[in-house]
Design a protein around this ligand. Structure first.
Ligand code: SF4
Ligand code: SF4
Ligand code: FES
Length: 278
């Protein structure tokens, strides 16, 4: 075990643990967008910057491993400024779509802007216009303007389903997610991409524009469609008292998300038979 100090509180963690995971164990949330527990760190979003005593510049918490006596600070002025800077760069090319975005209300970028941003943008330039409705799979629509290029979707299809339909094309400000040739995504785990995408870039044809997620109630359940018994949420609209909205199920989601670490050994992904079998 290694003892480190996060914001002056001592914590013991296993050797090889990253600063982000150590902080999580200590109950301290370090904001992160590209990191997901199912994959090795990617280090592309820069949202997880922290200060480490003795280091000349800020470090990535998602990919820096702890060492004995390390002193980490997650809330210094430098760190807060850096987070704001990262958010400002992401939002410089991000559309003001929240009122019409299916992810609003459960969007990592929206939450982080509220928690760590709240700045007036200094960018005067026009935002880059990109395709907003790209049909990439049997149930999936990609909005390239909303994509923050975290590559979670690319890594999922490369490492989990091993079908590799998506990639990052072009370079610099023109970088974009796309399918290789005619490799339309139609594997049986494709629906997970909607949950895995931290923003509203990949949306579900089955759910798009049908309701707002904050109207939905969640019931914890177990998928009955095979003997694996994946843990799911059944998300349903309870109806309004004053006007008629059909009471019905709007979506099935995995109960195990990267925000719910207590269940993670049971696996994050559910198959599309369970997801759309209602
Ligand atoms: S992805 Fe998030 S921040 Fe972007 S428009 Fe949708 S809700 Fe807003
Ligand atoms: S589509 Fe979503 S998951 Fe894929 S890179 Fe863009 S933001 Fe990340
Ligand atoms: S979470 Fe560390 S760089 Fe994205």
């Amino acid at each position: 075990m290694v003892e480190i100090f996060i914001n002056d509180s001592a914590i013991k963690v296993k050797e090889g643990t990253t600063v982000l995971k150590a902080a999580e164990k200590a109950g301290i949330h370090i904001p992160h967008i590209c990191f997901h527990d199912a994959f090795p760190p990617e280090g592309s979003c820069r949202m997880c910057l922290v200060e480490i005593e003795g280091h000349p510049c800020l470090e990535l918490a998602c990919s820096t491993q702890v060492r004995e006596g390390m002193k980490v600070y997650t809330e210094t002025e430098n760190v807060r400024d850096a987070r704001k800077g990262v958010l400002e760069f992401i939002l410089a090319e991000h559309p003001m779509d929240c009122p019409i975005c299916d992810k609003a209300g459960e969007c990592t970028l929206q939450d982080y802007y509220e928690q760590y941003g709240l700045f007036e943008s200094d960018f005067l330039e026009e935002k880059e216009r990109k395709d907003k409705k790209v049909d990439i799979g049997k149930g999936l629509i990609l909005d390239r303007e909303r994509c923050v290029l975290c590559t979670r979707c690319v890594r999922f299809l490369r490492d989990i389903t091993k079908t590799g339909e998506l990639g990052v094309f072009e370079r610099g400000v023109r970088s974009e997610i796309g399918i290789f040739g005619d490799q339309y995504i139609d594997n049986n785990y494709a629906g997970n991409l909607v949950e895995l995408c931290p923003v509203g870039a990949i949306t579900d044809k089955d759910f798009r524009f049908k309701t707002r997620n904050w109207f939905l109630k969640k019931g914890a359940s177990v998928c009955p469609l095979c003997s694996r018994g994946c843990q799911i949420f059944i998300e349903y609209h309870p109806g309004f008292a004053r006007f008629k909205v059909p009471k019905r199920v709007y979506r099935i989601s995995s109960r195990v998300t990267s925000r719910d670490q207590s269940q993670k050994e049971k696996g994050y992904w559910i198959c599309d038979i369970g997801r759309y079998g209602y």
